[in-house]
Design a protein around this ligand. Structure first.
Ligand SMILES: [Zn+2]
Length: 326
């Protein structure tokens, strides 16, 4: 019988985890403190939070061998999944340039292990259990603080020659556009990430009056994309236009990607995507105007369905896939 597998989505401050059973059913979910300076400390904190009694393994409680069949990690940054190596990772400075297979082995013993970039992991979760089920060719764009991306072609994650494939957020859409945190101008991230959206909101509000200006003033530094979406859903034109502008740039990126990769579906995830049709509608209008192949113009552009747990689920499913390999 397949043993339980653990998936961990390691963020800068929290590590979210999920344990899946032999039929990929969820046995436990939770989170533990993440130490951005130490992979070992973080993995020990996760191990301490695991409760094998919940998995039906009474005898294993409190022991190092909890009967896990595999452990998968999802980390932001450049990940080499073949070597289990994490390269550049701004959120986890103390983990950079380290062997995460060894770190997992040091805490969990001799289990199967996988390491993926966090957006690739979320994409894999959506592919197996969420909005990407039934597709063999799939793209995901995650509109978070920044903008991440991932690509699955013929059922396989695209990693690339230097483990850098899928950086959709840094596709340059206008070389004269706004400056992106990466240093270039006009990247998708500079239009559709939450930092960019909030910046646009503050600029649009300016010194003016009206609901958007009131919201920006009232919320100050606490302003969130959710606040803007609530205002837009209430019918405010200025805030609707913020999402529409981001959605049109997203559509431009999607159109370009469809021309290159011809996926069956494009999944839009991340906090900004919580605005739903406010951003997906304009995206769906622009993308087909760029897509050459007539048959590809009605490509599915859909919201992600697994929410913030997607990367942990994807990491566990990937670890479980290894475990089930004879
Ligand atoms: Zn960029």
């Amino acid at each position: 019988m397949k043993r339980p597998v653990l998936g961990v989505d390691v963020g800068g401050t929290r590590a979210k985890f999920v344990v899946l059973g032999d039929r990929d059913q969820v046995l436990q979910t939770g989170d533990a403190a993440s130490d951005s300076t130490s992979a070992a400390a973080t993995l020990h904190a996760v191990a301490a939070a695991l409760d094998p009694v919940l998995w039906g393994l009474e005898d294993a409680a409190g022991t190092r061998d909890m009967g896990l069949g595999g452990v998968g990690l999802a980390c932001a940054g450049i990940v080499d999944p073949h070597r289990g190596w994490l390269g550049r990772s701004p959120n986890l400075p103390g983990w950079e340039n380290s062997d995460l297979f060894a770190a997992v082995g040091g805490v969990f013993g001799n289990v199967d292990r996988t390491v993926l970039n966090d957006v690739n992991s979320a994409l894999y979760g959506e592919f197996r259990r969420g909005a990407g089920q039934g597709c063999r060719d799939l793209i995901m764009i995650a509109l978070g603080t920044g903008v991440g991306g991932g690509v699955i072609l013929q059922d396989s994650l695209l990693i690339g020659a230097h483990c850098g494939a899928g950086e959709i957020g840094h596709m340059v859409l206008d070389p004269d556009g706004p400056v992106c945190p990466c240093g270039n101008r006009g990247c998708l991230e500079a239009y559709a990430g939450s930092v960019a959206l909030l910046k646009s909101a503050r600029r649009a509000a300016g010194e003016g009056t009206g609901p958007l200006a009131d919201l920006v003033r009232d919320q100050g530094e606490d302003l969130t994309p959710r606040d803007l979406a609530d205002l837009a859903n209430g019918g405010d034109g200025a805030s609707r236009e913020l999402f529409a502008a981001a959605g049109r740039k997203l559509g431009q990126a999607v159109g370009n990607l469809v021309n290159v990769l011809d996926p069956q579906r494009v999944i839009i995830g991340g906090g900004v995507a919580g605005a739903g049709e406010l951003i997906l509608g304009p995206c769906r209008e622009v993308a087909p105007t760029i897509i050459l192949a007539e048959e590809a113009r009605d490509v599915d552009i859909v919201p992600a369905s697994l929410g913030t747990g997607a990367a942990a689920i994807g990491a566990a499913l990937m670890a479980g896939r290894q475990e089930s390999t004879p």
